[in-house]
Design a protein around this ligand. Structure first.
Ligand code: ZN
Length: 503
């Protein structure tokens, strides 16, 4: 390594930091759109976002970036060092991004920013036809993008790679098929014992400000640092960040569904913990964020489900919850509460689904997206296809589009190829947690005491601090010694829900 190489690398890092400033400014505008912005701001915001994203894209794909990369060689730096990983990751990003012309980035940004407003109206009014032309446009832009990125076996692979680098849809199909084969009999066994769990008391009138306070307490307890982050309310809970020291999570609070705020807070808190604990040395570089959406989701689901829906967690927290809601939880003991928050029931809405049926919602979207992208399914026929598939997978049929095809924001935001990462995250949450249990033999006692630092530190050491240094499948191998698999999740679900439902 020469002095010259160091200067070139420094120049590259400086350019990348400036690009990131634009991206984070765009992310802040997007956060504001979802948290604060009045509806009237939509058109202006769409243009502002499009300009910033186009500028960031143009700066990144510029020949000057390529010239710097050409002079650098990752093998000149120690293996797994920040610099070696940075050069490798940025080279791959650059090769991918420069296939996409700036005009397409701009068109995607402005179309999706406006489409989200249209989708929100369509969803409220149960009017798929209002959204249909926008979805057709977004599908066409995504197809164009996929063809420009290039793909071999299935057009879906080009888009999936944007969210889960190096994962192919055929791999996903194999994993999902195994998962489906295990889930179908499990769902049937539970359905046969439906009466074993009563969750109706969770729909009583739970004071919303007390729900918010309890959520904030839980968020702080798992280690979300409010000096370096904050929580707000939005229609759809999400997490974003403008630095590891400024991480934003959101939640929503419903009086008649106390699970919603509680679990979305823990879920987004899990995403937030990942971003807050990325290594400080990666700050300001493209490595300073989670490595893929699947790995990200493994963290949100770990904190939401493996911790937040565990018996040990509620042995500790239930007395406090009961004190906050003495009337609503009167006569409900911790066992009843634990069973109620783990009620399994086929339902229409993915984000409200239980741990067992959740993945079935993802299978449905994975099927439909592949058919849309390959041209087998027309957007006009999508609502019917959605309802049919819902009946096939979950045995229920939506009565309107609001609770059916219009329920998720993703397509209006241009996100196609994204949904599989939710189910992959579920599987990985169990695989990672199993490793944490091996490393921390008294983990359950710690959770019984409301003590989460050892787990968070283990996750930081093994996952969070690495940011994007390792590709997802490599990280999985490093942490678990194997590949992503449906088996541990199926085993976990069978034991947990077998105990709750008595089989
Ligand atoms: Zn999530």
């Amino acid at each position: 390594m020469t002095q010259n190489n160091d200067t070139i690398l420094e120049q590259l890092k400086k350019n990348l930091a400036e690009i990131q400033h634009l991206e984070h400014a765009a992310a802040l505008l997007d956060w504001d759109q979802q948290v604060n912005m009045p509806a009237g701001g939509a058109d202006a915001r769409a243009l502002q976002l499009a300009t910033l994203q186009k500028m960031a894209h143009e700066l990144f794909i510029a020949d000057s970036t390529g010239d710097l990369l050409e002079k650098l060689n990752e093998s000149d730096y120690p293996e797994d060092s920040l610099d070696a990983c940075l050069i490798r990751v940025v080279r791959e990003d650059w090769n991918k991004d420069r296939k996409i012309p700036s005009e397409l980035v701009e068109e995607l940004a402005s179309t999706t920013s406006r489409a989200q407003e249209v989708w929100a109206r369509a969803r409220t009014d149960n009017d798929f036809q209002l959204f249909q032309p926008w979805l057709e446009k977004i599908l066409e832009l995504n197809q164009r993008q996929a063809d420009l990125l290039g793909w071999e076996e299935h057009i879906y692979d080009a888009l999936l790679d944007l969210y889960e680098p190096h994962m192919k849809s055929n791999q996903v199909s194999v994993i999902f098929n195994e998962l489906r084969e295990g889930l179908v009999p499990l769902v049937q066994e539970i359905a046969a014992r439906r009466d074993a769990v009563d969750g109706s008391f969770l729909e009583r009138d739970f004071d919303v400000s007390r729900q918010w306070d309890f959520g904030m307490q839980a968020l702080t307890a798992i280690g979300f640092d409010l000096e370096r982050g904050r929580q707000d309310k939005s229609t759809h809970p999400f997490t974003t960040n403008f630095s590891r020291n400024d991480v934003r999570v959101t939640t929503r609070v419903h009086a008649d569904n106390m699970k919603s705020a509680l679990f979305s807070t823990l879920h987004e808190g899990g995403h937030g913990l990942y971003e807050q604990n990325v290594g400080s040395e990666l700050e300001g570089t493209p490595l300073g964020t989670g490595t893929s959406l699947g790995i990200h989701e493994s963290q949100s689901r770990l904190w939401e489900n493996l911790i937040g829906r565990s018996r040990a967690f509620w042995e500790h927290y239930y007395p406090q919850l009961q004190q906050l809601f003495p009337a609503d939880l009167q006569g409900v003991n911790v066992d009843q509460f634990y069973r109620a928050i783990n009620l399994v029931e086929p339902s229409l809405i993915r984000v409200e689904a239980d741990e067992v049926t959740y993945n079935l919602h993802v299978f449905l979207r994975f099927d439909l997206e592949r058919e849309l992208l390959s041209g087998q399914l027309a957007v006009a026929d999508l609502p019917q296809a959605w309802n049919d598939r819902m009946e096939q997978y979950l045995g229920i049929r939506p009565h309107n589009h609001t609770d059916g095809v219009l329920q998720d924001v993703h397509w209006s935001a241009g996100l196609m190829g994204y949904f599989p990462t939710y189910a992959l995250g579920n599987l990985l949450s169990v695989q990672f947690y199993h490793q944490a249990q091996l490393a921390l033999p008294d983990l359950e006692e710690q959770i019984l005491r409301g003590e989460f630092s050892p787990l968070r530190e283990w996750l930081t050491e093994n996952i969070y601090r690495h940011g994007r240094k390792f590709y997802p499948q490599e990280l999985v191998k490093r942490v678990t010694g194997g590949d992503i698999s449906a088996k541990p999740f199926l085993e976990y679900a069978r034991i947990k829900f077998g105990a709750i439902y008595g089989f």
